[in-house]
Write a protein that binds this ligand. Sequence first.
Ligand code: ADP
Ligand code: ASP
Ligand code: MG
Length: 405
Amino acid sequence: MARIVMKFGGTSVADLERIRTAAARVKREVEAGRQVAVVVSAMAGVTNQLVDWVRQLDPLHDAREYDAVVATGEQVTSGLMAIALQAIGVPARSWAGWQLPIHTDAMHGKARITGIERAAIDARFAQGMVAVVAGFQGIGPDNRITTLGRGGSDTSAVAVAAAIGAERCDIYTDVDGVYTADPRIVERAQKLERISYEEMFELASLGSKVLQPRSVEIAMNHRVRLAVLSSFKDVPGTLICNEDEIVEHHVVSGIAHARDEAKITVVKVADRPGIAASLFGPLADAGINVDMIVQNISPDGSSTDMTFTIGRADLDRALVVLNNARDEIGFTELRPDNKVAKVSVVGVGMRSHAGVALTMFRTLAAERINIQLITTSEIKVSVLIDEKYLELAVRALHTAYGLDG
Ligand code: ADP
Ligand code: ASP
Ligand code: MG
């Protein structure tokens, strides 16, 4: 019997009516003869509220307790979904992450799945039942609840699909597919029929929150056929697949943006070997990921400024960590800026086409948008700009690369 995973995001389970609509979709797949595992997010807005309560009590909160709080949203929807299914005659049972269990590493707040025990799902499938799994959560080696980072239900869904050998993992959300840019910003964005795992991974990593990056990585490594679909409309979505399954290629496939960025300039650090390690070591120990980095040349041969970006949510903690290590690093001042945003252009076509970055720089220059930092890789170019020009930049680039529909 064919197995599939259906994942419903926050807006798709935002109220009881929508949970009923989602349950009806599940019923259709069951009636078509499929064994279905359903993965659910928290109801729209719930996780934000929970995170906000934690931060209000203590911006530097204990990550274990953060997880204990924010994982609760998905427990509610998993139970509600099972009840909604039962109410329409579909036998169903729900599990929280720790019950299955979904094992993760110990990185509370952004844990990675290390293994899923599938026996309980197999047993319920054998009894003709639907398995409903709370997304976004697992259990760590310390025997405590962990969460997988914002948007983590996508990753739960793909990991469950890989674990049970599902033939498809369908991500139901409030857009009907992956677009050339966020359709909320670019009205003329176009839906992609297919996109390669690699490009989707880049777009997701660079801020296109339609999928959590880790979910794309797992799908790519375990060859899970992943689709993004609308939970409101019956229209074809986007298939995330191998590059060789895609006929038409553009130099740039999509534009991603990330608002949740922050920049720190460390003023007057010594210009000597080991300084980067002394600066980024304590941040890594605190679980803070550093993204873009520039170090200026040293005008006096002895000291220089170092600028880097991190997630905005980590800014307060990063400042505390760096100030605690101040004697060891040696700097005169930290200059934080949380009014920055990152815009990126992504496409496998860049491997064989020159001038992609230049088009980006010229387009931004024509709009008089200053570029603060630049990073590139084989298939992407990213720039950091003032947050207030973000939408203008994304739209201008979308037009410049010929993506407007
Ligand atoms: P869910 O709650 O279902 O997980 P998310 O809000 O996490 O939904 O992700 C869906 C949102 O992703 C869309 O509403 C859209 O605004 C945003 N998005 C960003 N970039 C893109 C893109 N390139 N294509 C489609 N949606 C995108
Ligand atoms: N509810 C979690 C969040 O808002 C996980 C998810 O929706 O994927 O980040
Ligand atoms: Mg999401």
